[in-house]
Ligand binder design. Sequence first.
Ligand code: UD1
Ligand code: UDP
Length: 378
Amino acid sequence: MPQTVMTIIGTRPEAIKLVPLVLELQRRPQEFKSVVCVTGQHREMLDQVLDAFGIVADHDLNLMAPGQSLGQITARAVAGLTEVCEKDRPDIILVQGDTTTAFCGALVGHYQQIKTGHVEAGLRTGNKFSPFPEEINRRLIGQMADLHFPPTAHAEATLLSEGVCSDDVFLTGNTVIDTLLLTRDRVTQEIPEAAREIQSLTENTRVVLVTGHRRESHGQGFENICNAIRNVADKIADINFIYPVHLNPKVQEPVNRILGNHPRIHLVDPLSYEPFVWLLNQSDIVLTDSGGVQEEAPSFGKPVLVMRDTTERPEGVEAGNAKLVGTCQETIETELIRLLTDPAAYAEMADAQNPYGDGTASRQIADVLASQAVSTKS
Ligand code: UD1
Ligand code: UDP
């Protein structure tokens, strides 16, 4: 009898990182019955990814609502996931990372005593408000999950130091590299259709790719980030900033207000995954607060300035590809100008590295799931 594995997905990064695992489960029907449950915490940005990889959700809670509080998303996700799990009674639940969807999925798994696997386990900053609320989400998921899939040796060591039993910890690499490798060859051979619209912005110029969305930076943080970008664009002529703006209204408002009318700052809608990877490959520098982008950029040898005070991904910083610049306007400007004007400083950070995995994480996770005798939690 194949085991029923319910993969719970809420936001864009969860979809990007769980797509290869869902595809792997679907390829092995004798071992697994794959069920995909989407909470719809994100809508357009989530659908973009699922559509691109041809994944159709079996359940869709359609939770996204503008301006809802963390409490509201949490309450609605727990209620919706409870209903779905009561109906389907999966043998295993899979959650990824540290979003509210992932936290609620693990909580419902625990309440219903369904074995729960945590993909991308063991990431920590040690600061419960940075990133907020993700640091607490992932710590709590770590307490509730039964199977832990850390992406790096560092994350594995963190879990073991917190007392998680080593029998339940499986070092696999990050599934984001599986997805990136699936996509990279395709986009380097042929430019994706949707990227043609922005292709001209990348020609005969250096490109700084910007992404940002973190809750702890809403307000003054985003004002600082935008002012820094605008000042650097005013000072240095031969660069184009390309910024696919996250759909969160708390991000859209300051970004459009401060950066909306500059000839060399191009605000675009969130890009589907293939064109985004293409753009990453065309870029010279990445300015981001994203977790996933911090993991992807080193594979392309792109220096990353991380607009956060902490990171749960120290591997990129240790490898020399990434540098923490926080959300202080002056620091962002100084570091960006240095990379744009000092070839030695640029070369030091532009070495292609990949500390996050070898593209086999999904297969390894599926192998672990296959080896589990399940029905209820141990
Ligand atoms: C969420 C996650 C964060 C993750 C990020 C990835 C939580 C609390 N936050 O943050 O951990 O890193 O996603 O992007 O789990 N919106 C749309 N369309 C979309 C997506 C969002 O309009 O496709 C707007 C909606 O108004 C929505 C708002 O953005 O209410 C905020 O979405 P939400 O999921 O609450 O938070 P994010 O900042 O996206
Ligand atoms: N991404 C994308 N289109 C965009 C911006 C980002 O497909 O316009 C991808 C990116 O390649 C990465 C993921 O989205 O894999 C990161 O998502 P996000 O920054 O929203 O979340 P985080 O990783 O910070 O949780």
